[in-house]
Design a protein around this ligand. Structure first.
Ligand SMILES: [Zn+2]
Length: 312
């Protein structure tokens, strides 16, 4: 029995062929999520076709999609988006995939599915109370409490940690709010954060090159003053978001994922220290771990959810 998992990221689409919960083939396609989902659908179909041909597979049991927005997994409908694949609200993806591939279809929020992947196969195995936060183009969260994946009445519970307010006087967010974690410190606002250090920019090599989190951490470690300041600002914002997640969901473990893991050596010790110092957890210390499934946590998680539904 073969399944396809599709994880729609802001700039990359991860596609995996899964058999018995194991990834047997995978491909990562570049994506321009601001152009919508429709221009990407045929590329995804081609990738699926190639994987099936390469493995001489004649039929699929199901296709599952992890989507960066608020999703109703019961109706397999996208309810709300935030500048990524905005046209998906008007698409009947359930019908599209059932007609095209004659198999069942499932979808849910991307970070929620990454959390399921890490829960069943990665860093959170054995934990029934944990929070996942992915930091990249945006910031996603998900929570498992008492062995239950948090979904909520409107399917947004646990998902909006990237939109916890950490600075009520801060930057306008794409969600319409002000000073969200994501608006203060994620890839999409990094350049404007750097611009705020105009008076320090003389002598900074960092500001003249490609501005992303990898270069930020790299230049900060080499003593670039602007990079160092912006790095510290971002680390403090993320730590504040994580501490708020801890206060909201009472986890024993926080799993960190996303593109930021390239700089895990700088990020994890800082977050650990802040959490130990500032989270109100009289029972003990919350563990901080990095995700173990890297790019394919969402693919494995969403296929796991589809399988459990299909097999039920
Ligand atoms: Zn927001």
């Amino acid at each position: 029995m073969y399944y396809i998992g599709i994880d729609l990221g802001g700039t990359r689409i991860k596609i995996g062929l899964v058999k018995n919960s194991e990834l047997i083939a995978s491909e990562i396609l570049p994506a321009k999520s601001f152009n919508g989902l429709v221009p990407h659908l045929s590329l995804i179909d081609q990738s699926i076709k190639k994987m099936l041909n390469n493995h001489s597979i004649l039929s699929l049991k199901g296709i599952a999609m992890a989507f960066p927005g608020i999703v109703n997994p019961k109706t397999r409908k996208v309810l709300s988006t935030n500048e990524k694949y905005d046209d998906a609200i008007d698409l009947d993806l359930n019908k599209y995939y059932q007609d095209k591939w004659n198999c069942s279809f499932y979808m849910d929020n991307d970070t929620r599915m990454a959390a399921v992947g890490e829960w069943k196969f990665g860093a959170a195995i054995g934990s029934d109370d944990f929070v996942m936060m992915t930091i990249g183009t945006g910031i996603g969260t998900s929570a498992v409490i008492g062995g239950n994946l948090l979904q909520g009445k409107h399917f947004q519970a646990g998902c909006l940690g990237g939109h916890f307010v950490v600075n009520y006087n801060g930057t306008e967010c794409t969600c319409g709010n002000i000073g969200c974690v994501e608006a203060e410190a994620s890839s999409w606002n990094l350049t404007s954060l750097v611009q705020k250090h105009k008076n320090m920019q003389q002598g900074s090599v960092f500001v003249k090159g490609q501005i992303d989190f990898e270069s930020l951490f790299s230049y900060a470690s080499r003593g670039d003053l602007v990079a160092e300041e912006v790095k510290n600002y971002c680390l403090n914002i993320w730590a504040a978001g994580i501490i708020t997640c801890i206060h909201a969901y009472d986890p024993e473990l926080v799993v960190l994922g996303g593109g930021i893991l390239k700089s895990a050596d700088a990020v994890v010790p800082f977050i650990k220290k802040r959490v130990d110092k500032y989270a109100w957890t009289p029972w003990g210390k919350v563990k901080i771990k990095t995700a173990e499934l890297s790019d394919f946590a969402g693919v494995l998680g969403v296929v796991y959810c589809l399988k459990n539904k299909v097999d039920a």
